[in-house]
Write a protein that binds this ligand. Structure first.
Ligand SMILES: *[C@@H]1O[C@H](CO)[C@@H](O)[C@H](O)[C@H]1NC(C)=O
Ligand SMILES: *[C@@H]1O[C@H](CO)[C@@H](O)[C@H](O)[C@H]1NC(C)=O
Ligand SMILES: *[C@@H]1O[C@H](CO)[C@@H](O)[C@H](O)[C@H]1NC(C)=O
Ligand SMILES: *[C@@H]1O[C@H](CO)[C@@H](O)[C@H](O)[C@H]1NC(C)=O
Ligand SMILES: *[C@@H]1O[C@H](CO)[C@@H](O)[C@H](O)[C@H]1NC(C)=O
Ligand SMILES: *[C@@H]1O[C@H](CO)[C@@H](O)[C@H](O)[C@H]1NC(C)=O
Length: 648
């Protein structure tokens, strides 16, 4: 990780070379602008090659081109018939499709769905470990838990303690599915988590062992059982089930005097033994009850100053890597969800629990979020096609300071706070280090102490180093909180610990983002973003997105095709905006690239993120879940397309 730091610090030789190349480039640029050729078609920065020699392509050009290729390739594997879909299923899952697969396929194709098997990968990630647990135990646990949805003979009942809007929305989703023509769901119990944050966090070793017992061995077609057995045995009185919650505040039983147990202490064992989260220590002082935090673990000092792992010269290459908190130990002190989860319950035992939110290392089974379901009911007319040239060439965002429960001691570690500060021109201005080329790095900490700027300029910003970053940010950023979500109750809405650093603006309409080219999707409370990402994409806006959560739609969206991925530290955000907006007047090619992303977001959202697509996802999930809790699960399958020998 630290090896990259060396090339960031230019040696005297490279400086000389740089000077020479700049002179040559200046001559070319002056010459070309004289002849009226748009500067956007010229290599904008001479030094991108840093590592492997000279190469004029901007890393984002490379990423966009690669992503377009990957997306095209995925689309080429779209299934065009039931048999085709079944074959692709067997290839990818190494099992027969579940009973009812034909009805599922007909439903999906009638709804005009794009059927690419990979789109449902999340279901298999979620359910995989359950193949190693006894099916009747899973059924009994599911039946013993409240709240749950019961499906019996095609009827739905919600079993719950009291009224709850999230549960009502999920019930509505399943009712809507059952009301569709030809849809048949097997009898089932679906236990639900009402909280916005994930619950199950099982140690990695346990899951690894489970997965090794869960290897599929597809039976010969003649031996396949074609019908679900049902939920036999669940009404057994006397079965009691204790999920063994770690307690609402997750206090470690043996160490109650140390105060609340940090969530990161549960994250680490749930991550791969070789992952950064496991290899690097838990920084207990972040959660010290007496607030004695080492200076080196303050928010700004935890921010990495070298490119994050798994990036192309600092820009996110792969969404599943960038969102995997196991890979970035610094997130324990730089993301609200880990610093101070809001109302998180946790348990380290494996049992079936459906929820709207999970980190990469959680074991909850993902459903589309209730609020996203509700929002999806809005009609397409509310999201007219992209009107690019009429939009302001700016990044616009409004939202509350959520993402965890901030307080006087920890708010500087919150991702939303960091982002809003980084988009604040006067904060940036005050943080700007003076240019000091070739000398020891000077570090500029922002006034709010939420972020820093270094004069090493790893992203090669044209606006860095001359005290111009702030005014440049001012020219395109319009970002503010709508609510400080303060933990110290004060009636007039003010917040004693951070109101000096944030101006609250709650005067704008929800759909205002459609007047801008760029917006951002940030993690809120739990992985449930309330449908915000889908809404922004439908609205045809370029969405800059960073997250530590997984979602049902992750495998159907391509970063750099449908949205712009960001690192969770946001250290790449200025580089991204400089790429799209240009450094010397309008960047015509990059503006066109942004417009392509906006257009793709709009049309792809209308194809694969519709209300119908949620139903198709849930339908597939229910069939798979019904199989994994069935006594005959190893033999259950759909094989109507195969003859006795297993040929199609
Ligand atoms: C479904 O529920 C309705 C109303 O509660 C009931 O009248 C009907 O008999 C139920 N159908 C089945 C198949 O259980
Ligand atoms: C992203 O990384 C994961 C894990 O390393 C890998 O399995 C996957 O194929 C990568 N995806 C792409 C699009 O490169
Ligand atoms: C559901 O969506 C409608 C608009 O379609 C909105 O008015 C309502 O407030 C939403 N309900 C919830 C609970 O979010
Ligand atoms: C989109 O463009 C049309 C014509 O160019 C204009 O009349 C309309 O107001 C624009 N819509 C928005 C939302 O700006
Ligand atoms: C920069 O300065 C610090 C202390 O001021 C020193 O420890 C470090 O070695 C210096 N780095 C370089 C590359 O000169
Ligand atoms: C920007 O930062 C300054 C200084 O910290 C603060 O006074 C101002 O309220 C901030 N603006 C916004 C929109 O948060």
């Amino acid at each position: 990780m630290h090896a990259k730091a060396a090339f960031l610090r230019p040696s005297w030789r490279t400086l000389q070379l740089l000077a020479l190349v700049s002179v040559v480039l200046c001559v070319i640029v002056v010459y070309e602008s004289y002849w009226g050729i748009p500067s956007a078609s010229w290599p904008r920065l001479p030094s991108w090659g840093g590592v492997g020699g000279w190469d004029n392509a901007h890393p984002i050009d490379v990423l966009i081109a690669d992503a377009a290729k990957g997306f095209k390739q995925a689309l080429s594997s779209e299934a065009k018939s039931l048999e085709d879909a079944a074959n692709k299923y067997r290839e990818r899952r190494r099992r027969h499709p579940p009973p009812g697969f034909d009805a599922w396929y007909h439903f999906a194709s009638e709804k005009g769905a794009v059927i690419v098997e990979d789109f449902w990968d999340q279901i298999y990630d979620d359910l995989g470990p359950f193949w190693s647990l006894e099916s009747h135990t899973l059924r009994q646990q599911a039946h013993a838990f409240t709240p749950r949805i019961e499906i019996r003979d095609g009827n739905i009942t919600m079993r719950k303690m009291g009224p709850h809007v999230r549960l009502d929305q999920w019930t509505d989703m399943l009712k809507t599915l059952l009301d569709q023509k030809h849809v048949q769901l097997p009898d089932l119990d679906i236990p639900l988590l009402v909280y916005e944050e994930p619950a199950l966090i099982v140690p990695w070793q346990t899951i690894d062992t489970a997965m090794s017992f869960a290897r599929p061995i597809p039976p010969a077609p003649a031996d396949v059982a074609l019908e679900y057995t049902g939920i036999e045995g669940v009404e057994n009185a006397g079965f009691s089930f204790d999920p063994e919650w770690l307690g609402a505040r997750r206090v470690h039983p043996a160490k109650a005097n140390e105060g609340e147990r940090p969530y990161w202490s549960l994250v680490r064992p749930a991550c791969h033994p070789k992952s950064a989260a496991q290899q690097e220590p838990l920084l207990r002082d972040i959660w010290d009850v007496h607030e004695h935090t080492d200076e080196e673990h303050s928010a700004v000092n935890m921010l990495p100053i070298v490119f994050p792992d798994g990036t192309l010269q600092g820009y996110v290459k792969n969404w599943s890597v960038a969102t995997d908190a196991c890979k970035y130990s610094h997130l324990q002190g730089l993301h609200g969800a880990f610093v101070a989860p809001e109302d998180l319950n946790a348990c380290v035992k494996m049992w079936p629990l459906f929820g709207a939110s999970k980190f990469s290392m959680n074991n909850d089974i993902l459903l589309p979020s209730p609020s996203a379901w509700n929002l999806s009911l809005a009609s397409a007319e509310e999201y007219p096609p992209v009107n690019w040239s009429q939009r302001e060439n700016k990044l616009f965002w409004r939202g509350p300071a959520t993402g965890g429960l901030s307080d006087d001691n920890n708010w500087r570690r919150f991702h939303r706070h960091r982002f809003v500060s980084m988009m604040n021109a006067s904060e940036v201005n005050m943080a700007e280090p003076l240019p000091r080329w070739g000398r020891n790095s000077s570090i500029g900490v922002s006034r709010s102490e939420t972020f820093l700027l270094t004069d090493e300029n790893p992203y090669q910003l044209a606006n860095n180093g001359g005290n111009t970053l702030g005014s440049w940010v001012k020219s395109w950023a319009d970002v503010a909180f709508t609510d400080l979500h303060c933990s110290e109750m004060i009636a007039d809405g003010s917040c004693p610990y951070d109101e000096d650093f944030y101006r609250v603006d709650n005067t704008v309409d929800d759909d205002k983002f459609q007047q801008y080219k760029y917006t951002v999707a940030l993690d809120g409370n739990g992985g449930d973003d309330g449908g915000e990402l889908i809404e922004r994409m439908r609205g045809g806006t370029v969405v800059l997105r960073a997250s530590v959560y997984r979602n049902w739609y992750d495998n159907r969206l391509w970063p750099w095709v449908h949205f712009v991925p960001m690192d969770n530290t946001f250290m790449d955000v200025y580089g991204i905006m400089e790429y799209f907006l240009g450094t010397r007047g309008p960047a015509l090619l990059q503006d066109a690239a942004a417009r392509r992303i906006a257009t793709a977001a709009h049309s792809w959202a209308e194809k694969v993120l519709r209300k119908d697509d949620m139903l198709i996802y849930v339908y597939r999930l229910v069939l798979e879940y019904a199989r994994v809790v069935d006594n005959r699960r190893e033999r259950l399958g759909w094989v109507a397309d195969l003859d006795e020998e297993g040929r199609t």
